[in-house]
Ligand binder design. Structure first.
Ligand code: MC0
Length: 156
């Protein structure tokens, strides 16, 4: 049995995706498709976040609670992923967790003293509302909150 902490505030629901920084998106997509058997379900360019990205899904997936590998190529060197690649090279960039209400989650985590990068939700992949928590406040892990489309909070 997992240990269950009693909660009165909104928490993380599940892992939505892991974001992986790469220099050549097409090359990494081919690797994840051909070697690992994942399938691309979305490709987008997000100018605000400075990335070109692809979401890949697993063959054994849960339609109610999907999870993805997100491959991220920077649009330039002076972007979050561009700077990350220059400093650390290719690899795990962030973990994205699904939350049922992103505004409530931001309020709750901010009140708990977690350092927020985004005070309000922004536009993310596949119509989701997203917001980042600073890695310095989460043990060195850049953490993304994801509210899938069709729920109440809106990105702005
Ligand atoms: C930087 N740092 C990281 C990190 N990026 N630590 C863990 N994981 C990462 N991904 C650390 C650096 O090593 C450094 O630590 C400190 O943070 C400051 O780094 P910096 O290179 O000086 O960069 P900053 O401060 O200008 O920016 C870092 C920050 C930024 C995390 C605030 O990258 C940011 O705002 N990220 C959120 C947006 C983002 O990543 N967008 C791309 C994915 P030391 O110890 O040396 O001080 S967009 C996305 O994924 C969307 C499309 C979606 O999912 O739908």
């Amino acid at each position: 049995m997992p240990e269950m902490a009693p909660r009165t505030t909104p928490g993380l629901a599940r892992i939505d995706h892991v974001g992986i920084a790469c220099r050549d998106l097409a090359e990494k997509i081919a690797f994840y498709q051909d070697v690992f058997g994942l399938a691309v379900v979305s490709r987008e360019t997000n100018e605000e976040q400075g990335v070109r990205e692809a979401m890949l899904q697993f063959p054994l997936r849960s339609p109610e609670a999907p999870s993805y590998v997100q491959l991220l190529e920077p649009l330039g060197p002076d972007t979050p992923v561009g700077k990350f690649l220059a400093k650390r090279g290719e690899g795990l960039h962030h973990v994205g967790y699904a939350v049922p209400d992103i505004a409530a989650a931001l309020a709750s985590f901010g009140a708990a003293g977690v350092r927020l990068i985004d005070e309000r939700p922004r536009h993310g992949s596949m119509g989701a509302a997203i917001a980042f928590l600073h890695p310095a406040g989460v043990g060195g892990v850049l953490t993304e909150l994801v509210q899938p489309p069709g729920s109440s909070s809106r990105a702005g």
